[in-house]
Ligand binder design. Sequence first.
Ligand code: ATP
Ligand code: MG
Length: 437
Amino acid sequence: DPLMYHQGEKVLRILIDQGYEAYFVGGCVRDELMGREVHDMDIATSARPEQVISLFERTVPTGIQHGTVMVLMKDHSFEVTTFRKEADYEDHRRPSRVEFVDAIKEDLQRRDFTMNAMALSIDGRLIDPFGGREDIAARQIRCVGAAEERFEEDALRMMRAIRFASIFGFKPVKSLWRALLIGREKLTFIAMERIRAELERMLEGPHPLRGLALIHRSGVINYVKYPLTYELPLRQSYLQTLEMPSLKGLEKRLYLLLRGVRMSGDDAIEWLKQWTFPNRIAEQTTKLIQFDEQWLAQLVIYEAEPKEREELRKAWISLELAYGRATTAAWLQCHQALLQSLVQAGSLVLEEEQLTVAHLHKYLEQASKWHDEMKVYELRDLAVAGSDMIEGLGMKGGPWLGQLMKQLLERVALGKLNNEREALLEYAKDVMNQDGI
Ligand code: ATP
Ligand code: MG
């Protein structure tokens, strides 16, 4: 975004004109060098926070105790942090105290990896005291300084290393890997939430399997409680689908991961909440797992003794009504990707269900069509409300009403009843006369 650059340069210019040093630093320099999209630009300066505040019209003291002030420009904001070093790491977590320093180099030295420890001056000069550019070219991750010490100071850096390796497809250098094996148990000091945030970014990146493999191979898995227990063999079909770039959305990716390690819907909701995922994500993921379990079970039964196609349609529609349109649509997207991934991998069947790719393909097309053709999804889509029904039938409300409405919804969804007031009332009267629910 040229506008962001322009406004960022303006911030640098204002600081420099006042006699301070100021640079772009960290992720934006790295991403720029890698040819990746730059999403935000951090700035480091020799000016103290109160001086930064005094120089700009609009600022927010977002992390003033760590020397960070957010400067708001026309359409973009910039985190401006005073050159600092860190001290007093407690319990292998981020420092409780920072100390301001005078030189950019000293500031870069506190940063985690060489690729994150570069600065760019306003005239385009790269300040790269630890060889970040070379490591990027060699596609490797290296700590600034002695890896073992850096992980000892702040154990989260181990998860960050794995996350960056996963997202960029980089390799940890030997010294970093060794330090990871030595330091991994310190991850138990890190809050679940922060580890989860790293896992989340990994999952949403382009190569989650790479990150998962590193978590396993390094033994880090034993210290991050991910994902508690799982049964071998893994379901490779689901895990492999994590590498499909088309599939966006955290709940879909978690669904593939958890199905891949054979976690049941019941266990999943517990695990996801324990892992501090937001309730909404936990619930959506769980619904996807349950939907999948139930639908595959239907397919297996159907394959064993083929019945009328209509039976299968009924099963789909009642599942869709039970789980809702959003879950069903997300499931369809996941399985489109899953099929593609099976084909790419040259697999012919879906693990233990033994459904062939050809059959899966056929069922998926069928299901998509049923999904598209549905005209109602919830009670409020019906042309009559519960209150109309009470009035129309001249009866008092009660449990019968809910059952009746549900039955109407199913009939309409199946296309056996028109979604019109008269038709619905008529049908309701018949039902009530026949068996009175
Ligand atoms: P992105 O935001 O794209 O994930 P980033 O490099 O900007 O990548 P942030 O977490 O935003 O990552 O951190 C900004 C910078 O702060 C990093 O580039 C790094 O220099 C430094 N940094 C962040 N976390 C740590 C840490 N735990 N230890 C040392 N330095 C860190
Ligand atoms: Mg960042």
